[in-house]
Design a protein around this ligand. Structure first.
Ligand code: THU
Length: 138
């Protein structure tokens, strides 16, 4: 299902873990890093950015995805997410990532022991609502 090399997984986990160091999470103290791998080998990172007005908090995954889009990358090879406990993306981030393809391999890693899981986005987000659900879709 997921054709990722161990070297790519290791590199992406390291990038997500390093990105986590920049997380701004003074309210929850839950620090998350994300790293997206592009087909040309470029890695784009993100971290969560919180706000005193809680609903404005940004998740690491959406920061990374938005940075990739802004840098001109719309096709992604994989994403890694680093946190204590190795959490999977929240529902909003699953929806956000699904916009750019449900085949995306999602690597979640627990920074405490380095363990990780690799799952496909469509496994985490079955029956997604996407552009094909809209009436004007070609
Ligand atoms: N958070 C992420 O950045 N990614 C996730 O997948 C789960 C949650 C952040 C949002 C908020 O800053 C903090 O973790 C606690 O929910």
């Amino acid at each position: 299902m997921v054709d990722l090399k161990t070297k790519e997984i290791d590199r992406l986990i390291l990038s997500a873990t390093t990105a986590r160091d920049q997380a701004y999470a003074p309210h929850s103290h839950f620090y998350v890093g994300a790293a997206l791998l592009m087909n040309d080998g470029t890695v784009v990172i993100g971290c969560n950015v919180e706000n005193a007005s809680y609903s404005m908090c940004l998740c690491a995954e959406r920061v990374a995805a938005s940075s990739a889009i802004a840098a001109g990358y719309r096709e992604w090879r994989a994403i890694a997410i680093a946190s204590v406990g190795g959490v999977a993306p929240c529902g909003a981030c699953r929806q956000f990532l699904a916009e750019f393809g449900l085949d995306l391999p999602v690597i979640t890693t627990d920074i405490l022991d380095g363990s990780y899981k690799v799952r496909n986005l469509k496994h985490l987000f079955p029956e997604a609502f996407d552009g094909s659900s809209l009436p004007h879709h070609a």
